[in-house]
Design a protein around this ligand. Structure first.
Ligand SMILES: Cc1cc2nc3c(=O)[nH]c(=O)nc-3n(C[C@H](O)[C@H](O)[C@H](O)COP(=O)(O)OP(=O)(O)OC[C@H]3O[C@@H](n4cnc5c(N)ncnc54)[C@H](O)[C@@H]3O)c2cc1C
Length: 484
């Protein structure tokens, strides 16, 4: 058994801490912000509630199996996609309905969607046995040859979309899954195409009261499990000799000893200043940053007829959009806009007769001070563009708040405001991102910037992997294998 310090109370840090405490380890968790949850956060104004991070929950069993009891609402329509030519695709949860919807959008492509979905299911099954199940390069089961082929190594996500679909609109729908990892579909691996098998297989969910209720539930479980949680407490340094960690130094100067340190802060923060390591930091920089986000949070007067919980209004030229984000490193001139309105399913999220709109645009992980336009003019561009595409909010806005990459950087210590640390770019990208074991005995990484990646389910899987590594190194019983 070990004395463990967890640096950061994001979801990955909380899941690791909980599993470790239940496995018999002594656990302390330090979070620099006043509340736990990290990017799983919300903003409230004038009776409106807005998610500042996740809006769609997948694989809720990963939280349920921990005892995080939150009221789940399953969505029949996962998302409504609006294409530049004015057509739309309703992504129904049921694979059968989805196939029919694809067929009515583009006659002949329903069967292509069925084949694509079959591929996604195989890819997901292979990932569950290997990539999601254990630390990088060391899955609990030896990968089968079939698993390697199932994830289509060497293909990009866009290459996968082209393999299955003739219709460019359906390719754009597949390509969008690259943004779930903050990446470009023209460089991200095809394996990201397994996400529809998660969404249509296990379902897509909302949590009544907002997704941050998951963080509240985990926080209660931590207290029950005896984890010593200190919020408003920043870790300034991880202490170590050449071979092993020995604890941390808090920003207050207090030294705390530990056998193991689990870092839920960004990998770049670990190697940049918590335990400086220039070589590893350079390697991270070489991988390139994932994208960031501009959020417009709008209190909207009145109700919008037929508005679903989640919509995506696509740009006309997706390649150009990702070139803007990753090559030119500017906010896209013609952005794809995600619109989330939880008030559609939950009246607690907005005052009576009003709506809480979260509009999200993928932008480069870069300070908005270096954008070629002011953030206000870019906000106006996004709202004008939406108006032209049938989502006109003029005359209905009570207020619009902005949340930029600088906020992501300053609030959570995310490198450049990147949502998922380094990007999944290039064939072997998933294997080149930081693993869960750090370069000293007793040092571990968990969270969106480390293996297996970002998003609520993946950071929860990371928490489980790290807890089992600590057991392996120090003894302990966190390791019980649960389904992935
Ligand atoms: C706009 C947006 C939309 C998203 N949408 C979705 C979605 O729909 N579905 C989904 O599943 N996921 C979504 N995600 C991704 C998801 O929110 C993240 O991947 C996940 O919450 C990250 O968890 P984490 O464990 O990496 O911790 P983080 O959330 O990164 O938290 C890390 C914590 O460490 C703390 N910390 C950092 N340094 C220190 C230090 N030195 N000392 C003490 N504490 C420190 C930070 O304050 C922070 O609280 C979205 C994210 C964003 C930003």
């Amino acid at each position: 058994m070990a004395e463990v310090i967890v640096v950061g109370g994001g979801v990955g840090g909380m899941v690791a801490a909980l599993r470790l405490a239940r496995g018999g380890h002594g656990v302390r968790l330090y979070e620099r912000l006043p509340r736990l949850g990290g990017k799983l956060a919300e903003y409230e104004r004038d009776g409106f509630a807005f998610s500042l991070g996740p809006s769609l929950l997948t694989m809720p069993h990963l939280f349920r199996e921990l005892g995080a009891d939150v009221p789940l609402v399953e969505l029949d329509e996962l998302c409504r996609y609006h294409f530049a030519d004015g057509s739309r695709l309703r992504a129904f949860r049921s694979p059968g309905l989805m196939e029919k919807e694809v067929e009515s959008l583009s006659p002949g492509q329903g069967a292509a969607w069925r084949s694509f979905y079959g591929w996604a299911e195989e890819c997901l099954a292979a990932s569950r046995r290997t990539f999601f199940a254990g630390p990088l390069g060391r899955p609990p089961e030896r990968p089968r040859l079939g698993d390697l082929f199932a994830v289509a190594p060497g293909r990009t996500l866009d290459g996968l979309a082209r393999r299955f679909f003739d219709d460019p609109r359906l390719r754009q729908y597949v390509d969008r899954y690259a943004t779930y990892a903050g990446s470009s579909p023209y460089r991200a691996p095809a394996a990201l195409g397994c996400v529809p098998a998660i969404e249509h297989g296990d379902g897509g969910w909302y949590v009544a009261g907002g997704l941050p209720r998951i963080a509240d539930a985990l926080a209660r479980l931590l207290t029950g499990a005896g984890v010593e949680v200190r919020t408003g407490t920043e870790v300034a340094e991880v202490t170590a000799d050449r071979s092993a960690v020995s604890g941390v130094v808090l920003a207050s100067g207090e030294r705390v000893r530990a056998d193991a340190v689990v870092v839920n802060a960004d990998a770049a923060a670990l190697y940049g200043w918590l335990l400086p390591d220039r070589r590893r930091l350079r390697r991270l920089a070489g991988l390139g940053l994932s994208s960031s986000a501009l959020l417009l949070l709008a209190g909207v007067e009145g109700r919008t007829e037929g508005l679903p919980h989640h919509s995506v209004v696509f740009s006309a030229d997706y390649r150009r959009e990702f070139d803007d984000i990753f090559r030119r490193r500017v906010p896209p001139e013609d952005p794809t806009v995600y619109i989330g309105c939880s008030a559609v399913d939950d009246p607690t999220q907005a005052p009576d007769g009003a709506e809480n709109w979260v509009m999200l645009v993928n932008v480069p992980a870069r300070d908005p001070g270096r954008w070629p336009m002011s953030r206000e003019s870019y906000r106006d561009l996004v709202l004008e563009r939406l108006a032209k595409r049938g989502h006109d909010l003029s005359g209905r806005l009570r207020f619009v708040e902005m949340f930029t990459p600088a906020d992501l950087r300053d609030r959570y210590g995310a490198w450049g405001g990147a949502i998922y640390g380094t990007a999944y770019q290039g064939r072997f990208a998933p294997f080149r991102r930081p693993g869960n074991r750090g370069p000293r005995r007793g040092l571990y990484l968990v969270g969106g910037s480390a293996h297996p990646g970002g998003g609520l389910p993946l950071v929860a899987m990371g928490g489980r992997i790290v807890a089992s590594l600590v057991d392996e190194d120090f003894g302990g019983a966190s390791r019980e294998r649960a389904e992935t």
